[in-house]
Design a protein around this ligand. Structure first.
Ligand code: NAP
Length: 373
């Protein structure tokens, strides 16, 4: 293997280590660290949860004396300054690390090249940009929220091959198979919040939980202009009776009665009023809502539907990523609900182009994912 191949081989392993953090680190980024002497791994680590010490410290401990003269591989620039009582730059210099191979600089203004500069000034050689695309995808939520100061928005749709999410009788149960349903649980566990329109509550009454994977449920956000969400909706239920009540946000426009709002608060909801003031349409202003959610610490939102909300989100231009689960079934019917409502585009040449599209089978279904930004 030449030097570039060794870097790519060891960065692939570093990304694998980083992924082990899975959901317990959110909203912190995935961080893997690996120390090597030439192509021999001498220490490994990753950020295991948001309160744990950084992976670099685990890698240094595992390597011991072998850290001297070693190369450190990290998917993201290490933290700057003192955190959890540890100054990572000092520790790396003390251990005698000779080179750092990093996939990406951390765009967080508190870091943004400062760690790399400090290490370079101490004589550590820096190699940047190894497998940067893969590292960006792994931390797409963190990189977006930290550089745009708004949540990363992911639009999810489960539909038939002819693009229907419910029949003409509004039946939407079990369009996709068990593997797709597991995938939805997995996705929910990665996101701070799940968002739906009030009609989905009225028609399907989903619970929107994912306790099994994450250990806690995501925020449940309902777009509900007139606060019509029923007080006995399943979104108010706990996955585990010993857990505190799951956080529910009802986002209203104008026109909700104060008594109604009081009852919803008693049922466990927080209310946000965010009307679209520029429009005749009394609905919620999604663009204005995102920074409000971000201020509450919500760094990522999974929009699960229905068609009207999906259409509004696309029309508003707030969507970063899309996932379509497509079942090998035809539902048909002009009156059956299509996956995406809203205004859409008037001309094909204005259609939203999907970037970096990928496709893979999930049981009998097909998963197609891509990006709008
Ligand atoms: N297969 C799937 O992936 C999937 C997932 C979810 C739902 N569904 C199906 O989708 C159907 C429901 O979809 P739907 O299109 O009727 O309704 P929806 O998208 O669930 O809810 C739309 C409602 O949300 C409220 N809202 C407030 N602000 C909004 C905004 N900015 N943008 C959009 N909506 C806003 C509006 O209520 P007001 O009219 O009160 O203002 C609007 O009518 C059901 O049949 C359900 O089974 C399928």
């Amino acid at each position: 293997m030449n030097e570039q191949e060794i870097h790519e081989h060891l960065m692939t392993r570093t990304l694998k280590l980083a992924r082990k953090g899975f959901v317990k680190i959110a909203p912190s980024p995935f961080r893997g660290a690996l120390l090597a002497q030439a192509d021999k791994i001498v220490g490994e680590g990753y950020l295991a949860n948001r309160d744990a010490v950084d992976g670099e410290i685990h890698a240094l401990k595992a390597a011991g004396e072998k850290a001297k003269g070693a190369t450190l591989y990290v998917n993201l620039e290490p933290a700057y300054g003192t955190s959890k009582g540890i100054n990572l730059v000092d520790k790396l210099i003390e251990a005698g690390v000779a080179k750092i191979v990093v996939a990406l600089r951390d765009p967080n203004p508190n870091v943004s090249g400062k760690t790399l500069e400090a290490l370079q000034q101490a004589g550590v050689e820096i190699v940047e940009g190894i497998m940067a695309a893969e590292a960006s995808q792994l931390n797409e939520i963190y990189l977006t929220e930290v550089s745009t100061r708004r949540p990363f928005v992911h639009l999810l749709t489960a539909m038939s091959l002819d693009g229907k999410i419910a029949t003409r009788l509004q039946d939407s149960d079990g369009i996709t198979g068990p593997e797709s349903r597991d995938y939805v649980q997995h996705l929910r566990s990665r996101y701070d919040a799940v968002m739906i329109g009030v009609n989905t509550i009225l028609q399907d009454n989903p619970m929107l939980n994912c306790k099994a994977l994450r250990g806690c449920d995501p925020w449940r956000i309902v777009m509900d202009t007139e606060a019509k969400t029923p007080l006995n909706s399943k979104i108010f239920l706990r996955s585990d009776p010993n857990e505190p009540r799951p956080p529910v946000l009802i986002v209203i426009g104008y026109g909700a009665h104060e008594d109604r709002l009081r009852s919803l608060r008693l049922a466990g909801a927080e209310i946000i009023q965010c009307p679209d003031e520029a429009s005749e349409d009394p609905r919620v202003d999604l663009t204005r809502l995102l920074p409000i959610l971000y201020k509450r610490g919500i760094t990522s939102v999974l929009i699960e539907g229905g068609a009207t909300l999906r259409g509004s989100a696309l029309d508003a231009g707030i969507v970063d990523k899309l996932s379509f689960l497509i079942a090998p079934k035809l539902i048909g019917g002009a009156g059956a609900t299509s996956a995406i409502g809203g205004d859409g585009v008037g001309f094909v040449h204005d259609a939203w182009p999907i970037k970096r599209m990928e496709c893979r089978p999930l049981g009998v279904d097909l998963l197609i994912e891509g990006y709008l930004k």
